[in-house]
Design a protein around this ligand. Structure first.
Ligand code: ZN
Length: 133
């Protein structure tokens, strides 16, 4: 059902500052940046191998990334698994008793269809399901 780690989402306080680490120190290249209004985030994508690092800076003090940093500090916020059919995957999760934050997929950065599972059902890891065409 899942085929790969699509990306790793990392919450940062300041995107430009964080990018220095990932580009100048770790040698990654920024593939694109995007603001996702619905999620109140500015996102930068840095491909590495068959996956990507996704850096997330909040654009709003009430946004989910701002709240995450407030509670836990900067760091890994979610892991995204690629699925071929997100609606099917969500139904399968439901059938297996997994709590879902999103019962229906919504659109995330890069036009992907995404949905989050509840960390209470996934040993504390915020798991994103991600379908791309
Ligand atoms: Zn993500």
């Amino acid at each position: 059902m899942t085929s790969k780690i699509d990306h790793i989402g990392i919450a940062v306080a300041n995107l430009d500052e964080a990018l220095k680490l990932y580009t100048e120190v770790l040698g990654l290249t920024v593939h694109g940046t995007e603001t996702v209004e619905e999620q109140k985030v500015k996102v930068a994508f840095l491909p590495i191998g068959d996956t990507e690092v996704e850096l997330l800076e909040s654009t709003d003090p009430e946004g989910p990334i701002a709240k995450f940093i407030e509670a836990k500090g900067q760091g890994i916020q979610h892991i995204a698994f690629r699925v071929s059919n997100i609606e099917e995957a969500l139904e399968a999760m439901k059938a297996k008793g997994i709590r879902r934050i999103d019962e229906k997929p919504r659109y995330g950065a890069g036009g992907a269809k995404i949905a989050f599972l509840h960390p209470k059902s996934t040993n504390g890891v915020l798991i994103e399901l991600c379908e791309r065409n």
